[in-house]
Design a protein. Sequence first.
Lengths: 516, 516
Amino acid sequence: MELGFRLDRGSFQPLYVQIKEHLRRLIEKRLLLPGVKLPPSRDLALQLQVTRSTINSAYNALLAEGLVVSEVGRGTFVSGKAVPVSAPAREPRDAPESDSAGFMDWSQQFSRLGRLPEPSFWQGVEPYVLRPQTISFIGGVPDSALFPIDLFRRVLNTALKKEGKALLQYGNASGYPPLKRYLSTYLLSLGIEASERSILIVNGSQQGLDLLARVFLDPGDSVVVENPSYPGALDIFRSSRAELLPVPMGEDGLNRESLRRILQRQRPKFIYTMPTFHNPTGITLSADGRRELLDLAGQYQVPIVEDDYDGELRYEGPRLLALKGLDTSNLVIYTGTFSKILFPGLRLGWIVGAEPVMERLLVAKQISDLQTSPVLQAALFHFCRQGQLQKHMERIRKEYRGRRDLLLESLKKHMPSGVSWTRPSGGLSLMLRLPEPLSSLELLPKAGEEGVVFLPGPIFFAAGGGERDLRLSFSAVPAGRIEEGVRRLSRVVRRMISDYRHKTAKTQARERTPVL
Amino acid sequence: MELGFRLDRGSFQPLYVQIKEHLRRLIEKRLLLPGVKLPPSRDLALQLQVTRSTINSAYNALLAEGLVVSEVGRGTFVSGKAVPVSAPAREPRDAPESDSAGFMDWSQQFSRLGRLPEPSFWQGVEPYVLRPQTISFIGGVPDSALFPIDLFRRVLNTALKKEGKALLQYGNASGYPPLKRYLSTYLLSLGIEASERSILIVNGSQQGLDLLARVFLDPGDSVVVENPSYPGALDIFRSSRAELLPVPMGEDGLNRESLRRILQRQRPKFIYTMPTFHNPTGITLSADGRRELLDLAGQYQVPIVEDDYDGELRYEGPRLLALKGLDTSNLVIYTGTFSKILFPGLRLGWIVGAEPVMERLLVAKQISDLQTSPVLQAALFHFCRQGQLQKHMERIRKEYRGRRDLLLESLKKHMPSGVSWTRPSGGLSLMLRLPEPLSSLELLPKAGEEGVVFLPGPIFFAAGGGERDLRLSFSAVPAGRIEEGVRRLSRVVRRMISDYRHKTAKTQARERTPVL
């Protein structure tokens, strides 16, 4: 460790005091954390061009203040008990104030995107999630208890042993070629015929959608979105300052009549849709619906962005081809991800589209971050080639289907009448609707107190709405906890209903007072 | 493997022919690559709801055409020799045209960014780079022959064994906390005091700069850039439709007088600078220059973006603190990367800045790709904690210094008079200037023919210029090839000079003809 600081040799303060004060400040600011070893006095003396005894004096002074401990034969270490985390560090007048805004008025500097409010996704939920006894229906994520970690570790070793040099160097901007070739065959089962050239590997669907927004959207452009939809996508489109044109979701997917009325009046840059196990509703667009949607898009010459984040997690019913698999005019741009079928932590997804689109996306990808790391892509390729992905998908399909069934049964058993919910044939979540006039935002803190949390509807609705809705994600809740979670939730819902009836009765009683 | 396609049961074409034709098309389009195993006939029969003998007939027809081979007891495989790559696949009339633009007029759909020309970085160079005998001074990259691959493989195993579940799940959007804590101590040696909170992990410097552009730049804003500068950064700023305000590079870094004149007239959103071993010149801003730059920025209240992509690769001279280490007003935003000191393939870098900036960057990061994969971050943390990064840096510093010395000596020995070059005290590259009126763009194809390549000056200059300049990167050229590379380059330069003299002499001879 080197300490890049300058001594003031003209100061009245002895050098050893300057050194001690500097180190004290670093320790108090937790830049040198408990357990960190200070440099041997000889090294630091050389670095700072002072005598070794100057350093020893500084270390002794720190020792006297309990800020460091000395272990014979091992060295001097920052003390564990020394610094109360809240200790306000006293700053020398001219010290860099790394933790403050400094002297700059930043608010004047930011772009419009830089002034966007922070997505309020987690606000209000976090304190409850952190309690160990809370049952969380929040995360639309895979269960990490089912992760084949050792298998993945082995393919990582294979990949690095085989071609570590190439994988750790700069690589192919459009993705690791063998993985793209694998995907090209993988996608056939969805009816998608994608050559290696028409695939771009990205850091998960999120980056895929962000790149699409960059390539298609200028401020003032419009985008059709389902209402409700995935908030992460809505954030992207909003950050591009696009106008959102919401289309309501019907029982068999986005409402084609509403879409037609929009397309008759507007020229959106694209239609963003999740036709299979839609987030948050779990609804799947029917085969007829798919053809109608494609016809509409073709008729009005509007591209479709198909977000197929969890289409492979099908638990029942016939396999439907992806929109992209039915697309004879090549106007569908398809995004997929390994986040739900394998590991979110890989941050790996892909886009498939027409060549002119892929060319522009590649430029946007290079501007954004040059390329996705080849290391994890290569490991993933070996994992897939060994047939492990298919095996893992079979395993989690079975497990998640069981959890979905448990959730549906528990809801039926415990929820009071007036509450309804969707019945997804795959995916990670369902949507529940409370009876009038209950609100999911009001339910959330009460449920949190009771030890159960979910995501409230309004965060999914681009244009308002969803006040009575909430998303229950079942994939990451251990089977043994699902019924208890529903029991807790039902209890709070019943209480809210009865509180409401009580209040209404009172109001009505008051209103029954004759008006004279 | 499943094949998502539909049979037309009303067609005059027998089902087995439909299946055969479909598979033939997939093979010819290279969607089913040589060596891929076709599904067992029983499985495919089940998928397509036909009899097993229908599938067998289809497979036999493919066999007869040599498109597949059958191996007893193993199955049916796409044949290796069957398909000439250039065979034009005949498409059924209604087949998806995955490789073409389809029926959509995409050019009308793209955003302004989507219509940017592709960066022409590699154009013209690629054919020469691919020849094995070519000596390439192009890549400003580390030498993969020096990569500690096995050590890295081991820490990857450690990380996954310790906390695979967490690393493969969604993680912390701002980065893997232990890595951020490590960086906080690491940065002290540059005089930078960065708490864990003021660090954001990004996918390499490129993403760091892209996020900064998103947070600061609206169309029409301006940015000060050095002239020349890193083309990848210029591409980002251009894609944000910012105006570039170029400041010339002097012998001790960016010219402060020019900068002052710009700041007197304009309000740029920030100053983008590489003060240490600048790309492409290799020049380092002096200690005085650093203070002058900070004073100017403070006086005019303009933030500085300090790109310290290779500051740790110092071969001689005193260690200078980073601008960020001297910054008492917290107006410097610092970006660093592991790409040059370790592995580019990790795609890992970081940003340090004032809190209001970091808050906005975190939002932009979440919009862009949610978070950087925790897997490689955790491995890197273990690598650093074991002291391996420091060891590796010592090793490559020594090696690259040797290569720099060899390059300098070879240039001195072989280059004709009139050619000059910079003498970097660290980093990966130097800049060479040809005598008037030679052009590096004209030199490039001639040098390529001679078996040596480099990057021509103009791609680094935001506002024109650099015609006589070229960048020679020495870090990735094996020591034994450096002198030969310079010898080849010198030969071409000499020939160009003599050609020019010859042409001039001729012209002069013609001009000497008396005018009557």
